[in-house]
Design a protein. Structure first.
Length: 312
């Protein structure tokens, strides 16, 4: 089979596919339109997030047998249309789930102990001990929305703490020894911490809005290592100001897109975004929860293993 690699990945991906006898071509710079003109000659595509694979692209890919997405989600692919065409879809949530679990825990502990704020203050010569008195995670209830690969990985990391872990998922029977599956109403009634581990779908876009936030019985902490568009930033800011949300760790943002960096040099920066980047209640990272040295290897290896299992 001929495979086109649209994004660069760990070298083992190319090396192992070459060793299996596949023909591998790399094109990391051509436009989507240019790639469409030649995609009919390929049996497989390996992509991360460079562009979306829509109906017109899939119609041009007349010989395509599989799409390998080196990441957890498939939202940049028209999955229904691809499956109608008999194209096998491969993702690799197993490759970065541990990284996401560790990152979520790191964000939560940093928020509880005000580490980001305290670090900046000490660097500025301020030694404010009482103002940086922290919280302990023990005794808290952590609620997870989405209990697949990522949610399970985070729950596993929480086993060393004396916490109650609850999970809510649209699938039934996903709870395990690390998290008790409950209704959304029960999760909102009991949680001190909410962590999102959901894909981007019609159900999850704008999911965390004012109505959703106000349904929680207690003020809570929010961690989002999933998808930025799940949280309505304006409503998050209102909740931070009112005290309904005590703090937020955001690895992903509603405003993410290819031109995200332009927000910092334009006059169009949303007011809600201006608030969170200046707030000591918010900890930010640039969509790197699953982006570790180890996950770079594991993501590529997972794709190779799934190709081998299906086609060898």
């Amino acid at each position: 089979m001929k495979i086109l690699h649209i994004d660069s990945n760990h070298p083992l991906l190319l090396n192992q596919l070459n060793a299996l006898g596949y023909t591998n071509h790399e094109d990391y710079t051509a436009s989507k339109a240019a790639i469409e003109t030649k995609i009919s000659t390929y049996d497989g595509i390996i992509i991360r997030s460079r562009f979306s694979i829509d109906k017109s692209f899939l119609d041009a890919a007349t010989n395509l047998k599989f799409i390998g997405r080196v990441g957890a989600g498939l939202e940049n692919i028209d999955c229904d249309y691809a499956l109608q065409k008999g194209i096998y879809l491969i993702s690799a949530p197993e490759g970065n789930r541990n990284a996401v679990g560790e990152h979520a825990l790191g964000m939560l502990l940093s928020l509880f102990n005000k580490l980001n704020k305290a670090d900046k203050e000490v660097r500025q010569g301020q030694w404010l001990r009482e103002e940086n008195r922290g919280l302990e995670l023990d005794g808290k209830t952590v609620g997870l929305i989405g209990y697949g690969n990522m949610g399970k990985a985070f729950a596993k990391k929480l086993r060393g703490f004396d916490v109650e872990v609850l999970c809510y998922d649209i699938k039934t029977g996903v709870g395990d020894a690390n998290a008790k599956q409950v209704s959304l109403k029960e999760l909102q009634a009991k949680s001190d911490v909410l962590s999102l581990h959901t894909p981007q779908t019609a159900l999850t876009v704008d999911m965390i809005n004012s109505d959703f936030i106000n349904a929680f019985k207690h003020p809570f902490w929010l961690i989002n290592t999933a998808r930025g568009k799940s949280v309505v930033t304006e409503d998050l800011v209102k909740a931070l100001k009112s005290g309904k949300i005590l703090g937020a760790g955001l690895d992903v943002l509603e405003y993410e897109k290819s031109s995200f960096e332009n927000l910092f040099s334009s006059h169009e920066m949303p007011a809600a975004f201006q608030y969170i980047i200046h707030s000591d209640q918010v900890l930010l990272s640039p969509h790197v929860a699953g982006w570790t040295i180890e996950s770079n290897i594991k993501l590529s290896q997972t794709i190779v293993d799934k190709i081998k299992a299906k086609f060898c």
